[in-house]
Design a protein around this ligand. Structure first.
Ligand code: PLP
Length: 382
């Protein structure tokens, strides 16, 4: 079968797995142990991984903090500002309605505590407007949080312009780069931001590890404090034993991404062309959700006329892993909040499906069976 849900989680690269296996078997120990060589070795593994992450993003190693994943990174980036907010009386946050729930729910949590929240909606093309975001900035704006690439549509957001302007105005900017890290490498290296989150498993690293980058400005880190307590690991920003092998896997995935992103991009682009050809040759009526020209090369969100996405997922279950809506909400079968925010009608959302792939995806099976699968899905009463 073909796995077409890379945006939910990409399969681990065998070279990453090898690196991790060798750490699990050879570099045992706690990276915080100072009394024996086991600790020193584990610490070296973690620091090598930190360098690999830093190289991919062109940041200092002192700006890289390991977390359990983008969800935790987003939580720390946002909730970690509470103390600073209180000391500066800045209690206004701007974000967008298409963020991952890890941002949206965290921001809403602060909203319940009395923060003023502005949530900017995208246009029908799936992009938020730089002007609209900047117009909302006030003297008491604590933070602007905008994702780089949307996980459901693959649409690239104008974070470059937003970041450049916010830097001039001295407003803190957080970017959820979970879907772009390791893919839009040069864009991220140039990007102006204060905080950035990602999860290793979206770039073929292991699940359960992620990174929060805190960029130093004038040698100072953003005013983020820990949201959990119990240790001094990661400079107290993320207490708890560092999962050494996971950091090694995260680092290796970043190293591979840096070496291979150009090749990967060519491959994912050509897979997209093939998928479009399959769609065009099948004679079905379909529409792409969001502006195809602003979409990442490894994903697409399409509406197939007359085919309920639930039916399509059932009919294709043995052939390919597809999804409609974000993975975390796909068990609830509620219409995608991202497509709703873009103003798409419910009927269109119900017929929409997210397809995402990697450079090594072989779509021949899809090619051979597509028309039949569509017919089966069409025949299902929904
Ligand atoms: N942010 C975005 C844009 C995502 O796509 C995801 C995962 O789907 C996350 C955050 C959360 O990542 P994790 O579940 O690995 O913490």
């Amino acid at each position: 079968s073909i796995y077409l849900d890379y945006n939910a989680s990409a399969p681990i690269d065998s070279r990453v797995l090898e690196t991790m296996m060798s750490v699990y078997t050879e570099d045992i120990g706690n990276a915080d142990s100072r009394t024996h060589e086991y600790g020193d070795n584990a610490r070296n593994v973690v620091e090598t991984a930190r360098k690999q992450v830093a190289s991919l993003l062109k940041v200092d190693t002192g700006e890289v903090f390991f977390t359990s994943g983008a969800t935790e990174s987003n939580n720390i980036a946002i909730r970690g500002l509470e103390e600073y907010a209180d000391t500066t009386s800045k209690h206004h946050i701007i974000t967008t309605s298409i963020e991952h729930k890890a941002v949206l729910e965290t921001v809403k949590h602060l909203g319940n505590k009395g923060y003023e929240i502005d949530i900017v909606a995208p246009d029908e093309a799936g992009r938020v407007s730089t002007d609209e975001i900047l117009r909302k900035v006030r003297d008491d704006t604590l933070l602007v949080s905008v994702m780089h690439v949307n996980n459901e549509t693959g649409i690239i957001q104008p974070v470059e312009e937003i970041g450049a302007e916010l830097e001039k105005r001295g407003v803190l900017f957080h970017v959820d780069a979970t879907q772009s890290c390791g893919k839009l490498v040069e864009e991220l290296q140039k990007l102006k931001y204060n905080m950035l989150s990602f999860s290793a498993h979206k770039l073929r690293g292991p699940q359960g590890i992620g990174v929060l980058v805190l960029k130093k400005k004038a040698y100072k880190l953003p005013p983020v404090k820990a949201i959990t307590f119990g240790g001094q690991q990661e400079h107290g920003i993320r207490p708890g034993t560092i999962p050494v092998a996971l950091t090694a896997g995260c680092g290796k995935a970043c190293e591979l991404a840096l070496n291979e992103y150009k090749d990967n991009e060519k491959k994912t682009e050509s897979i997209k062309k093939e998928i479009m050809k399959i769609l065009d040759e099948s004679g079905i009526q379909y529409q792409i959700n969001g502006d195809a020209n602003s979409c990442i090369s490894s994903a697409i969100n399409i509406c197939i006329d007359g085919v309920a996405s639930e039916a399509l997922m059932l009919s294709t279950k043995q052939y390919c892993g597809l999804s409609n809506g974000s993975a975390c909400t796909s068990h609830s079968y509620s219409p995608s909040y991202v497509l709703s925010a873009m103003g798409l009608p419910v009927e269109r959302i119900e017929n929409s499906i997210r397809v995402s792939w990697g450079p090594e995806t072989d779509i021949n099976l899809l090619k051979e069976n597509f028309s039949e699968l569509i017919n089966v899905a069409k025949s299902m009463v929904w």
